[in-house]
Design a protein around this ligand. Structure first.
Ligand SMILES: [Zn+2]
Length: 109
C-alpha cells in the first residue's frame, strides 16, 4: 500500500501506537498532525490503546507548540476522508490559533 502516513517520515514526537509531525502545508504556523502508526481509516476502528496514544500525543504536541509558538488557542479536528476512491489514513489536525488572526474578526462590544 502506498500510504504516506504509514511511512512515518519527519516525525517530531511518538509513542508506542502513534506519532506527531508538522503538516507540510500548514493552515497556521505549528499545524501538527497526530497519526496512528497502524493504517486505520476511521476513528471507530482505533483500539482503546491507540485512542489513548493519540490523545497522549495531542497533549505532548500542545505542550511542544506552547514552547515554540505560544499560540492563544487551538483547534483539534479529525480527518476521515477518501482520496481516489480509497479511504485515507486517519489523522487528527492540531491547529494553533493566534491572537493577531482573531483581531481580523469584528467583535460586538
Ligand atoms: Zn496508512
Amino acid at each position: 500500500m502506498n500510504c504516506k502516513y504509514c511511512q512515518k517520515r519527519d516525525y517530531l514526537l511518538e509513542n508506542e501506537f502513534a506519532y506527531a509531525k508538522f503538516d507540510t502545508n500548514p493552515t497556521t504556523p505549528g499545524h501538527m498532525l497526530i497519526v496512528p502508526k497502524r493504517h486505520v481509516t476511521d476513528y471507530n476502528y482505533l483500539t482503546e490503546q491507540e485512542k489513548e496514544a493519540m490523545h497522549q500525543l495531542v497533549d505532548m504536541s500542545k505542550d511542544a507548540l506552547a514552547g515554540i509558538y505560544n499560540p492563544s488557542d487551538y483547534n483539534l479536528s479529525m480527518n476521515v476522508c477518501e482520496a481516489n476512491g480509497q479511504a485515507e489514513h486517519l489523522y487528527f489536525n492540531l491547529i494553533p490559533k493566534y491572537a493577531e488572526a482573531q483581531n481580523t474578526n469584528t467583535e460586538i462590544a
